[in-house]
Design a protein around this ligand. Structure first.
Ligand SMILES: Cc1ncc(C[n+]2csc(CCOP(=O)(O)OP(=O)(O)O)c2C)c(N)n1
Ligand SMILES: [Mg+2]
Length: 648
């Protein structure tokens, strides 16, 4: 490689910036940026297709930093390459209000694609980005979609189980444009990885269908050749195992676990800079020729972007229209098949009946289930499944892999151009939770479809019956939980999910049939509304408990108690309404909440003196009607408890 001289200086600059920024912040992770500096300089300097002046150009190569603790490496590369991240940003690393948080997660306007704090998430999310690329390339053609997904991963990422799930699927789908560079430094926080991580990583990935290479991660030429080879091989994903030294170049800190997450100290920094012949003062020093080097190095990306702009402009009308529908989708109005009042239908079935229409009206809609499609009723086109041979198919078979399904869905969502969903039983949301949390934190427009949403799934018993899931996920900021009561509320719930572009929406759907009521889709969009008027008591219900609350209200009516029934499918949207609307809906009569889940949190709506009819224990195996009888979720049983409450 002709550029070794200047590249060596670039490597030293990256190491020096990491040492200085972590020292100034007095916290952070210098070890990884120093250990992966050669790899980063080679990737960004020679291979990554990006235009720093348009960081979110849709056809850019994606770069995922799964070992996000090494964020100073990414910040340095972005700054040196000319992304809108200034030297002042580097100097305010980890500080309040800065663009350079300890772990940035996502900021695509700055070039931060997706960087994970929770190890393993980036690995699996990158698989979703790579799937997105194959899918969109198959539909839009190589002239508009033609990029790769690169990622840095660490020992911790590969120890996390989710990387095994996602690696398996990446191999199965033969994602040939997915290239991960593994920082194999034999160190994690507790010391040598010998203690905990002894498997043959190359064999593990080969067994999953990956191409692997083993290289010296500090040898610029070896890195260059390995990335080149990985790029040229398009029939399998690639793992480049880079043997590295953590805190490379720091004479005493190198190869120590301590260098993972502590500042090196002024003395050690001076020794390291001295050893590499780098100016000791001032801190944050960058030679002007380094900026020039990276400007030249990323110049081809700029040219590619300009050419791409022209290709989009001159693309045929059909293709342009599809591009626009994918990237700037209009709100979707669903007609549905016409769900008649009185008709009984599980809300998962009502949802299933909308899929063809959703897919037609929202071309970016795609997704799948974790081996439960027949139960979740989430099928777009039963004749085709996404695979290496058919990447434009929109039904993605995730296999029994809830956690990576969540991450991959986030990857599809943050890639751009797509509106992904992932489906399974609500109780298994536990297995997806880290990904759901990141969807909320990253404002990713993922749709979580969770069916079998209560004890009324019946005979499968307590392991399958969600209890605490509703309140615990309601506690998650920025996640909308929508639990429709019938087929028409389900239609409105889907419209909500499809129209939200700045965050995730979860749909909680029943296994069991529920009657179609006189529900109000417009009210669903406000989170809650009055279904039945009444002045003596307000019954507030969600999902499959709404019709039971109506039954209870009818019983109470016969006894001279006038009960209002409020449908409250989405707390988050309801709390967004103004006070006048909310108090108008809830009224001033005593309030009763009816929901077949942990009662936790309903005090917010019914007050401390209100009555909460929930379930504060695990479920039972029995037919749903028996469970309803035994747990008191029938009209007469609820009416009796309300009467009791009012008479106190
Ligand atoms: C899910 C999760 N668990 C634990 C942590 C805390 N943590 C951060 S880095 C790390 C391991 C460090 O080892 P490695 O991944 O090899 O990174 P290196 O020290 O080599 O940079 C751990 C346990 C985390 N970020 N995410
Ligand atoms: Mg390590």
């Amino acid at each position: 490689m002709a550029n070794n001289g200047i590249e060596k200086l670039a490597v030293d600059t990256v190491k020096a910036l990491a040492m200085d920024a972590v020292q100034k912040a007095n916290s952070g992770h210098p070890g990884m940026p120093m250990g992966m500096a050669e790899i980063a300089v080679t990737l960004w300097g020679r291979f990554l297709k990006v235009d720093p002046t348009v960081p979110d150009w849709p056809d850019r190569d994606r770069f995922v930093l799964s070992n996000g603790h090494g964020s100073m490496l990414l910040y340095s590369m972005l700054h040196l390459c000319g992304f809108p991240l200034t030297m002042d940003d580097l100097k305010s690393f980890r500080q309040w209000g800065s663009h350079t948080a300890g772990r940035p997660e996502i900021d695509q306007k700055l070039g931060i694609e997706m960087t994970t704090g929770p190890l393993g998430q980036g690995f699996a999310t990158g698989v979703g980005m790579a799937i997105a690329e194959t899918h969109l390339r198959a539909r839009l053609g190589e002239d508009l979609v033609n990029h790769r997904t690169f990622g840095f991963v660490s020992d911790g990422d590969l120890m996390e189980g989710v990387s095994a799930e996602a690696g398996s699927l990446a191999g199965r789908f033969a994602l040939g444009r997915l290239i991960y560079l593994y920082d194999d430094n034999d160190i994690s926080i507790d010391g040598s990885t010998d203690i905990t991580f002894g498997e043959d990583v190359a064999k593990r990935f080969q067994a999953q269908g990956w191409h692997t290479q083993d290289i010296d991660g500090h040898d610029l030429d070896a890195i260059d050749q390995a990335i080149e080879a990985a790029i040229n091989l398009e029939d399998r994903p690639s793992l480049v195992i880079c043997h590295t030294h953590i805190a490379h170049g720091a004479p005493n800190a190198q190869d120590t676990a301590a260098s993972h997450g502590s500042p090196l100290g002024d003395e050690e920094i001076a020794l390291a800079k001295e050893a590499m012949g780098y100016p000791l003062e001032p801190a944050f020093h960058v030679e002007p020729e380094i900026y020039e080097f990276f400007e030249t190095a990323t110049g081809w990306g700029k040219e590619e972007r300009t050419k791409w702009d022209k290709r989009l402009e001159s693309a045929g009308e059909d293709k342009r229209e599809l591009w626009n529908q994918l990237h700037s989708p209009a709100p979707v109005e669903l007609k549905g098949p016409g769900f008649a009042v009185g008709e009984k239908m599980a809300t998962r079935s009502a949802s299933g009946k909308l899929f063809a229409e959703i897919a037609e009206k929202r071309p970016g809609f795609l997704g799948g289930s974790a081996d439960l499609v027949a139960s979740t009723k989430t099928v777009i086109d039963s004749s085709r499944r996404y695979s290496a041979a058919d990447p434009s198919a929109r039904d993605i078979p995730f296999g029994v892999r809830e956690h990576s399904m969540g991450c991959i869905t986030n990857g599809l969502a943050v890639h751009g151009g797509l509106k992904p969903y992932a489906a399974t039983f609500f109780v298994f949301s536990d297995y997806m939770r880290p990904a759901v949390r990141l969807s909320a934190l990253m404002s990713a427009p993922s749709v979580w479809v969770w069916t079998h949403d209560s004890v009324f799934l019946g005979e499968d018993g307590p392991t399958h019956q969600p209890i605490e899931h509703l309140p615990s996920l309601r506690a998650m900021p920025n996640l909308w939980m929508v639990r429709p009561a019938d087929a028409n509320e389900t239609l409105a719930a889907w419209e909500i999910a499809l129209d939200r572009n700045d965050g995730p929406v979860a749909l909680l759907l029943t296994r069991q049939d529920v009657p179609t009521l006189e529900t109000d889709p417009a009210g669903v969009k406000k989170g809650g509304y009055v279904l039945r008027v009444g002045g003596d008591v307000t019954l507030i219900a969600t999902g499959s408990e709404l019709h039971v609350a109506v039954d209870a209200a009818n019983v109470l009516d016969d006894e001279g108690i006038s009960a209002r029934v409020v449908s409250l499918p989405c707390w988050e949207l309801f709390f967004e309404q103004d006070e006048q609307y909310r108090s108008g809906v809830l009224g001033s009569a005593p309030r009763v909440a009816v929901e077949a889940a942990s009662p936790f949190g309903w005090e917010r709506l019914v007050g401390l003196d209100g009555l909460i009819l929930g379930i504060d224990h695990f479920g039972e195996s029995a037919p749903d009607t028996v469970i309803a009888e035994k747990l008191g979720f029938t009209g007469p049983a609820i009416a009796a408890r309300v009467r009791d409450h009012l008479s106190k």
